[in-house]
Design a protein around this ligand. Structure first.
Ligand code: ADP
Length: 545
């Protein structure tokens, strides 16, 4: 409202301020011949009305825009004069017309200009208006006359003060509001700027990012996400997320709704490296997904942010690599078996051979056996379908077998093998695979104890899990290497420096075997202080450690 008034031209503004008074005077003028016919003959009264009309016209006709802003206060000041003439022309019949001074008094006080003059006029105007009629009755003044002579100007002065305070207050509030408005505008501009920056950053990344509310409805998505969503949308354009083309590892089985990344995320799950396939045909992409829940201040779940990274190239490269390794290993096996078979035959019938030739053939035999073991490891590693068939198995029996087969290697390396395993000790395990894992750990423990020492196998169990520990007193490795030993092809610096042969595959296979059982494996080691490998297995089917 205040803004609209400010937008009006100065003439309209002044005329609007004068309008209420002008309207009342016009109404009184129109009523005069009927209500107070005697006043038609009062020249003073008629002059008062005429001055009001002239003043109202002057509001429109004066070029206020060319004058100083305070110039228009001449109108309320002249109003005081006009009301004085009108009221004294109408007295004693309409002496109440004096109350009209309230209009110019309000105008003067609210203008905020010529403050002192306005306040003086607010009291002096009414006083001068009241004086003539009282002067006529002088000296026979009543107490009421004197009271009204003092009270009326004082009342108008009080009105002027009240309006003045109110308008000062209003102006302060207006200024505060303006400052707040300015601050809000700046905040809005800054937040728009931040939003633009965020959108630019999100669109510049080559991972799809989407934020959803707790119903799974999208709050924000970057360009890459929109591209992935297009690929995931079926040909019929179904927008429902449950109908999107999202497949499991085999690329063809649609993922059930509760296994889809966004659904898992809005259920409050936090995950990473969750691989799914989206889309069909040549467009199909492998996507590694990760999610974090969004919480409000009260810790309630309000949605989630889900990140989709396109890893198709990587997945295809790994698959090609595995296929190559698997093919090459397969091709290696037949000639190696043939070499080993023939060496066996020659060694069985070695009468005509010199000792040196037998020794050399035995070296060939050992190395061929190592090569065959390596090929077996490679084949196993390359096959992502390492199968386990767990059943109720006595772990103490497996330990015994493992110690038996490692005995010869231990003797050669001057390593003592010790076992502390309660018998029987039941776990839910595939005896073949867990035997293989145990053999791996025991043979490593001996291999990496080049100066001899002791390898201790101990075991303990609870109702839910069994722990199997292989500890050696060998060369050990730096703790940062111990954290990496389960990676494929990783070899610790200590092993490489000591030129102990190996391919860095055994432990990665061991870890896969344990994980397929729902178990786990951990390594603790110190350079020069020996190593401890701990395998944990569930006791019951479906158990997890
Ligand atoms: P490989 O023994 O054929 O190199 P593994 O996967 O069995 O492969 O082991 C990976 C690496 O872990 C080894 O190269 C070695 O550096 C380290 N390692 C494994 N077992 C031990 C151990 N008992 N003591 C010290 N280092 C070990």
């Amino acid at each position: 409202m205040a803004l609209k008034f400010k937008n009006l031209g100065p003439r309209t503004q002044v005329a609007l301020c004068q309008l209420p008074l002008a309207l009342i005077v016009i109404v009184i003028a129109v009523m005069t011949p009927f209500a107070w016919p005697s006043l038609v003959g009062s020249p003073l009264y008629l002059a008062g009305i005429a001055i009001h009309v002239i003043l109202f016209l002057a509001c429109f006709l004066t070029p206020w825009e060319r004058l100083r802003r305070s110039a228009y206060l001449v109108i309320p000041i002249l109003d005081l004069l006009a009301i004085g003439i009108l009221r004294n022309g109408a007295a004693p019949l309409l002496s109440g017309l004096a109350i009209l001074v309230i209009f110019p008094v309000i105008w003067l006080a609210a203008s905020g200009m010529l403050i002192r003059t306005s306040l003086v006029l607010s009291a002096l105007g009414p006083l001068l208006i009241m004086l003539p009629s009282l002067a006529g009755r002088f000296p026979n003044l009543t107490a009421a006359d004197i009271t009204s002579l003092i009270l009326f100007p004082l009342m108008m002065l009080a009105v002027a003060f009240a309006i003045r305070f109110a308008s000062v207050n209003m102006r302060v509030q207006q200024r505060q509001l303006q400052a707040m408005g300015e601050e809000l505008r700046e905040l809005l501009a800054a937040s728009r700027e931040r939003e633009r920056l965020l959108t630019t950053i999100l669109d510049a990344t080559d991972v799809g990012i989407v934020a959803v509310d707790s119903n799974g409805d999208q709050l924000l998505a970057n360009n890459m996400m929109r591209r992935l969503q297009q690929i995931a949308t079926p040909a019929d354009g179904a927008a429902n997320e449950d109908q999107h083309l999202v497949f499991a590892h085999d690329k063809v089985t649609p993922l059930p709704p509760d296994k889809r990344p966004i659904r898992r995320a809005i259920e409050g799950e936090s995950f990473a490296d969750y691989l799914v396939w989206i889309g069909e045909g040549p467009q199909q992409r492998a996507v590694s997904t990760a999610a974090r829940p969004l919480m409000d201040d009260g810790g309630r779940l309000t949605g989630a942010v889900v990140v989709f990274s396109d890893v198709t190239g990587l997945v295809e490269a790994i698959a090609a690599n595995e296929e190559l390794v698997s093919n090459v290993s397969h091709e290696f096996r037949s000639p190696l078996n043939s070499i080993l078979g023939n060496i066996d035959l020659v060694l069985e019938d070695s009468e005509g051979l010199s000792d040196l030739a037998v020794q050399r053939l035995e070296v060939v035999q050992r190395n061929s056996e190592r090569l065959l073991a390596l090929v077996a490891d490679l084949t196993l590693e390359a096959s992502s379908a390492l199968k386990v068939h767990p059943k109720r198995t006595d772990i103490s029996g497996l330990v015994e077998t493992s110690i038996g087969s490692a005995q010869a290697q231990a003797e050669r390396s001057a390593v003592a093998l010790v076992a502390h395993v309660p018998s029987p000790l039941w776990a839910y395990a595939d005896p073949l695979r867990i035997g293989q894992a145990l053999d791996n750990l025991v043979s490593n423990a001996i291999k990496y104890s080049p100066d001899g020492g002791t390898v201790t196998i101990s075991a303990a169990g609870t109702e839910t899990w069994v722990k199997l520990v292989v500890q050696d007193t060998g060369m050990g490795m730096a703790p940062e290497d111990a954290a990496k030993v389960f990676r494929r092809f990783f070899r610790a610096e200590s092993a490489r420096n000591a030129a102990i042969p190996g391919a860095g595959l055994g432990l990665s296979i061991t870890k896969t075997i344990l994980e397929r059982h729902g178990g786990a494996i951990a390594c603790a080691s110190d350079l020069g202080g020996g190593s401890t490998f701990t395998m944990t297995l569930p006791v019951e089917s479906g158990g997890r450690v």
